[in-house]
Write a new protein. Structure first.
Length: 503
């Protein structure tokens, strides 16, 4: 069996011996302490009883003022080895008679027995009927407690040695029975670890935990042996398969590297083309804005100069208005480009949604009349009267553009005599604006409703209305979504964070 410096057998033996010795020492200590306490109490009680007898015996001596008779009575105390002195005091505190060690003064009668480590004092009043004739004071020692202690300690020591020897023999016996199967198991593990021989088994059977452990260990060895045999029989086949797979993986890796290189090249080319396109767009927009300065500026000069017929003035104003509209479109496209790139900085302020929607209703009056479509604005399921206020943080121009496009889409997506409904649901945290019309979105564009340049059924549609609305909503950290069906028509909803109105 393999030897270990801190074997489990030693630990079990140490635990048994340590527990036994601790219990014995604790028992001996408690017994000795109990004896000392009982012995001292019994000695003091005996002295109290003796003091009462002496008090009764000396009543007549005190009555007749006969100290000699009292001392003869006190001499009988010499037979009691624990009492070293007795003194009779008068009520005034004078010594009347004494024996042995004489008390120097009368202790306080009401203090009871005075017990110290090795001595004690007992005070007993001497009474005749209701009159106190004096006091008897007995002084004693615990002289024989030391002798008993050493005798009892020697006896307890012999008992401890005998019990300890018996415990060592019993502990050694049980330690061997407990650790023998564990030692066999340890030897088997060491041998298997060194020789890799999984055919070895531990010969031990028992219905306890160790027996179960050995049984499961043998079962585990059997499974390992079976698996080891299976692995050995399939090793060559696996090596062949691995070799083939390695060749295939290497070929795939080469192909993947080639594909990755081609993909990187395509990405680089696409990025380059995109950068060129963006640069061209920026240049074109800048050139357009520069050219528009003439289109906008010269009509104003002509109007200021005068000498124009009313018809000429009307045409020139139309040219100027068209120039401003084109300038606004170019500016909006530039802002859209910045929003697409994530570099747009919002010029936020508190915007009253109700006021803005009412303003857009007036702005679109001509389109509504031409389309024969009505517009309804409700707040929290009630028709508005124009005095309501709902505030959000945002940029007024962008929000007007966003809702103008959505309302225009709703009008264009309605039949003659139809209705576009705007619903504002205002809560403490969020405000949702929903724009509904009667016609559904064409099936072919539903999944791409908010994509760029997506349009259907409109002769002059650019596909930028819903795209810009989605872009503006995201720039404002708002959410926007569309729901459509053949039965309920189309609803576009935008959800913003509500803010408290400034006072």
């Amino acid at each position: 069996m393999i030897g270990f410096q801190n074997s489990i057998g030693r630990k079990i033996g140490a635990a048994i011996l340590g527990t036994t010795v601790s219990a014995l020492v604790l028992t001996m200590t408690l017994n000795i302490a109990s004896f000392f306490h009982s012995y001292r109490q019994a000695t003091v009680q005996k002295a109290n009883g003796l003091a009462k007898i002496m008090a009764t015996s000396t009543i007549s001596a005190l009555d007749f003022n006969d100290p000699d008779s009292a001392e003869e009575i006190l001499d009988s105390i010499s037979l009691i080895t624990n009492i070293v002195g007795a003194t009779i005091f008068t009520p005034s505190g004078d010594i009347f008679a004494s024996f042995g060690t004489k008390a120097k003064s009368l202790p306080a009668p009401n203090d009871g027995p005075q017990v110290e480590i090795n001595t004690f004092i007992v005070i007993q009043p001497i009474q005749s009927e209701d009159e106190t004739l004096g006091y008897i004071v007995l002084e004693g020692t615990f002289s024989d407690q030391g002798e008993w202690f050493y005798h009892n300690l020697a006896t307890s020591g012999l008992i401890l040695i005998a019990v300890l020897a018996a415990c060592i023999i019993a502990a050694n016996h049980f330690r061997k029975k407990i650790t023998k199967p564990i030692g066999q198991l340890t030897d088997a593990v060491r041998e298997i670890s060194e020789n890799k021989d999984y055919s070895k088994r531990v010969a031990y059977k028992s219905k306890d935990e160790i027996g179960y452990l050995v049984s499961e260990f043998n079962s585990m060895l059997g499974k390992i042996e079976t698996r080891d045999s299976w692995l050995n029989s399939h090793r060559e086949m696996l090596e062949t398969i691995v070799s083939q797979r390695t060749k295939e993986v290497r070929a795939k890796q080469r192909q993947l590297k080639e594909n990755n290189a081609q993909l990187v090249k395509q990405i680089h080319e696409r990025r380059t083309a995109e950068m060129i396109r963006e640069e061209v767009e920026r240049i074109n927009r800048h050139d357009l804005k520069s050219s528009l300065n003439l289109v906008i500026g010269y009509p104003e000069l002509l109007l200021n100069k005068g000498n124009l017929t009313p018809e000429q003035g009307k045409y020139i104003k139309r040219i100027a208005a068209a120039g401003y509209r084109m300038l606004d479109m170019i500016q909006f496209h530039l802002e859209m480009f910045k929003m697409e790139q994530g570099i747009y900085t919002l010029k936020t302020m508190q915007v009253d949604l109700i006021e803005m929607l009412c303003s857009l209703e007036e702005e679109m009056a001509l389109l509504l009349n031409q389309s024969e479509v009505s517009l309804s604005i409700r707040m929290n399921n009630e028709e508005i009267n124009g005095a309501e206020e709902v505030h959000i943080n945002g940029e007024m121009v962008l929000l007007r553009t966003m809702f103008r496009n959505l309302i225009k889409n709703g009008v264009e997506g309605s039949v003659k005599g139809g209705k576009v409904s705007i619903s504002v649901e205002s809560g403490e945290s969020f405000t949702t604006v929903s724009i509904s019309n009667s016609l559904p979105v064409p099936v072919e564009v539903r999944d791409r409703f908010f994509n760029k340049y997506v349009t259907a059924g409109k002769e002059d549609g650019t596909g930028l209305g819903t795209y810009s609305a989605n872009l503006i909503a995201k720039t404002h950290n708002a959410s926007i979504h569309m729901e459509t069906s053949d039965q309920d028509g189309t609803t576009v909803s935008a959800k913003f964070i509500t803010v408290m109105a400034e006072s």
